[in-house]
Design a protein around this ligand. Structure first.
Ligand code: NAP
Length: 260
């Protein structure tokens, strides 16, 4: 299926690895010019080169920096001031016990996982509306629907973003600008492997055993692949998806047991 977005421009935040990288790769596969961000310049360049090699027809721009800072956002917007597509993403806050979190811990989480996407939307949405095309996808988490106690910083900050989007996504769609959340369950990325490693060390067992146990718990009997995530994201960014807005779409292999 031709998604109808060839030649569009996208900012894909936090995209040297994992889910962000997969979104950038799939958008490039559709002929979208992509601007990538991550803090680590080396991995970012490697990913940018891989996308260039796989899709020589598209322009790939990499901007190294921390997307959760004003400078990081200004640099990306300078490189791509008028994106048609914005994929908001950043690392997730650390787990822990809420009794130990300080005000600064909360501010950091809210800055990264709520205010950064809001700032980027603020900087780009009016241009999208004026051009009558825009697709904004916020990568959040399955924890928005089924919170995990130790991920309280993530639950709180992402729920705040989700509430904000629920309001504005009904105001932008009149000009063909949609805003949706993509909620990853367990996907096989460095982040997931990192948390499995921590558990393996605690339990003094092999990390592969932890991964196998976790995969078995999912109704699909496996983790999602970043490619599957990127493909869903590309569809939401497509010309075909203009009637989908304000939605929070779970990609979790059926792990959330609700009817709706
Ligand atoms: P990942 O494999 O660890 O990749 C994270 C990417 O984001 C890297 O490219 C990293 O590069 C970049 N990044 C992190 N912080 C950044 C910052 N402040 N500024 C710019 N780039 C930044 O993680 P992932 O699994 O793709 O996860 C992506 C998001 O989905 C996270 O918020 C995570 O909490 C959420 N999530 C993931 C899963 C899952 O199963 N994978 C499940 C639920 C939610 P640098 O480190 O070089 O900056």
């Amino acid at each position: 299926m031709d998604l109808g977005i060839k030649g569009r421009r996208a900012i894909v935040c936090a995209s040297s690895k994992g889910l962000g990288r997969a979104c950038a790769m799939q958008l490039a596969n559709e002929g979208v010019h992509v601007t990538l961000t991550a803090r680590g310049a080396e991995a970012l360049k490697k990913t940018a080169d891989e996308i260039r090699k796989a899709h020589p027809g598209v322009t790939v721009t990499e901007v190294a920096g921390d997307i959760t800072t004003p400078q990081g956002r200004a640099d990306v917007l300078k490189a791509c001031p008028d994106p048609d597509i914005l994929i908001n993403n950043a690392g997730g806050p650390p787990p822990g016990d809420f009794r130990n979190w300080t005000r600064d811990d909360w501010i950091k989480a809210v800055d990264a996982n709520m205010l950064t996407p809001i700032e980027l939307i603020k900087a780009t949405v009016d241009g999208m509306m004026a051009r009558k095309f825009g697709r904004i996808v916020n990568i959040t988490s399955a924890a928005v629907k089924s919170p995990i106690d130790i991920l309280g910083l993530s639950n709180g900050a992402r729920a705040g973003l989700t509430g904000f989007i629920a309001g504005i996504s009904r105001k932008t769609v009149i000009n063909n600008v949609t805003i949706n959340g993509l909620l990853p369950g367990p996907f096989d990325t460095d982040r997931l492997r990192g948390t499995a490693k921590g558990e393996a060390e605690k339990r003094k067992i092999d990390v592969e055993q932890v991964l196998a146990e976790r995969a078995k718990l999912n109704p699909a009997g496996r983790f999602g692949t970043p490619e599957e995530f990127g493909e869903a994201c590309a569809f939401l960014c497509s010309a075909k998806a203009g009637f989908i807005t304000g939605q929070n779409i779970l990609l979790d292999g059926g792990a959330f047991p609700g009817t709706l």
